[in-house]
Design a protein around this ligand. Structure first.
Ligand SMILES: [Zn+2]
Length: 401
């Protein structure tokens, strides 16, 4: 079993739903579970007995606070010794964290390394060994490994299609790592996993698009809780929608892709170039002259103090990002677009220009009910998504043996 999208039986889906509901609402009763999930009490009893037998949940009641009357016995997730390994692979960095099954982080680790060529699997194995040594629990048991790649991941055959900037040619990465550690390995694109970490928050939205705008731009489209993916099983390449047919050549083969103008990385690069070219900006002072330290909050602050050069860079990025959203709205007609990643740090100047562009250029019927939301930056968002991917796949496996 590999992908989050692989079709699941009703039995598996129910186990995952019950487990996730208990995780979200500690001390929930069996009766409340049945009501919330519209399942019969007997189905809930069977599933909770299975989860109890595998020690994934325990019966417990909150301390009553001196109130009269007894609350019925509730259920909560244990997560004591069962853990998930999550790893993020970029062209210049490996990062990882260990989560318990309540998705609480118990350890994390990262280092800079140039990832390229044909030795990536060994690098990841060595990294995971180091990461495991940071877990202070005695004889921990691991449920699985989730790996996030800054590249296209083909779900069907659990292969990297292309790790764009990374130039990875190795096949069977997941299988080799799985054989080495003796547990299942799941791989997915970083943007999809960032979206997966948000799944619980947006599960009541029928059609939503998640866009991760950080180092690059990527995303995923959800239709009634399921990912939309193409014949290869890859997520939509939102970052490579072209907004300028005569623009600069992109590494994907196209010209003028939005990732080159509107990703957080490209905005920061444009400001750094402006400084290197001798241009005036308040950012130079805010960053103490070190371009590597520039972040979105500094840009936002500079604009507030009347920095017109930075304002122009942000407005240009926002307009192009807005144009990409127009494509998405016209293609998918989502009810919500959720935008994550460090782009959120650019604040209202960026967000208002994006909204103006979408309002001006989309078909009114499609935009009238559309919500655009930004979710705050979280350093562990992608890793958390990797853990969710493992958990959703493995819980049913553990229970059904
Ligand atoms: Zn491109």
């Amino acid at each position: 079993m590999y992908s989050s999208i692989s079709p699941k039986t009703m039995k598996e889906t129910n186990i995952i739903s019950v487990f996730n509901l208990i995780k979200l609402h500690p001390f929930i009763t069996r009766r409340e579970i049945a009501k919330k999930l519209s399942l019969s009490p007997s189905t809930v009893t069977v599933i909770t007995e299975q989860l109890l037998a595998k020690e994934l949940i325990v019966e417990d009641s909150p301390i009553n606070g001196g109130k009269l009357g007894r609350r019925p016995v509730g259920l909560k997730v244990t997560g004591k010794y069962l853990f998930i390994i999550a790893v993020e692979v970029y062209d210049n960095r490996l990062a990882g964290a260990i989560f318990d099954i309540n998705l609480k982080k118990v350890a994390d680790y990262s280092y800079k390394i140039h990832i390229s060529g044909s030795n990536i699997t060994n690098h990841i194995i060595a990294f995971i060994e180091e990461l495991k040594s940071k877990n202070e629990f005695v004889s921990p048991e691991y449920l699985g490994i989730g790996i996030a790649f800054a590249g296209m991941v083909e779900r069907k055959n659990r292969q990297l299609v292309t790790a764009t900037k990374m130039k990875i040619y190795e096949a069977n990465i997941a299988d080799v790592i799985s054989d080495y550690f003796g547990i299942n390995v799941y791989m997915e694109n970083i943007s999809v996993l960032a979206g997966m970490a948000e799944k619980a928050r947006y599960r009541y939205s029928d059609y939503y698009v998640y866009i991760y705008n950080d180092q690059g731009i990527g995303g995923c489209v959800y239709e009634k809780g399921r990912f939309l993916c193409g014949s290869l099983g890859v997520s939509p390449e939102i970052g490579h929608l072209s907004v300028d047919p005569l623009g600069e050549k992109c590494y994907c083969g196209n010209r003028g892709c939005i990732e080159m103008y509107a990703s957080m990385h490209s905005v920061l690069t444009a400001v750094a170039k402006h400084i290197e070219g001798g241009g005036k900006t308040a950012v130079k002072e805010l960053s103490g002259g070190d371009n590597a330290l520039i972040d979105g909050k500094m840009l936002s602050e500079a604009v507030k103090s009347g920095d017109s050069a930075v304002l122009d860079i942000i407005l240009d990025a926002a307009e192009k990002f807005g144009l990409a959203l127009v494509y998405i709205v016209n293609l998918f007609n989502p009810d919500t677009i959720v935008i994550g990643g460090r782009i959120e740090e650019l604040g209202e100047i960026f967000k208002n220009k994006v909204l103006d562009t979408v309002t001006e250029r989309t078909i009114p019927a499609l935009r009238n009910t559309l919500k655009i939301e930004y979710v705050p930056v979280d350093d562990f968002q992608v890793l958390k998504g990797s853990a969710v991917l493992v958990l959703d796949n493995e819980i049913a496996n553990v229970v059904l043996g």
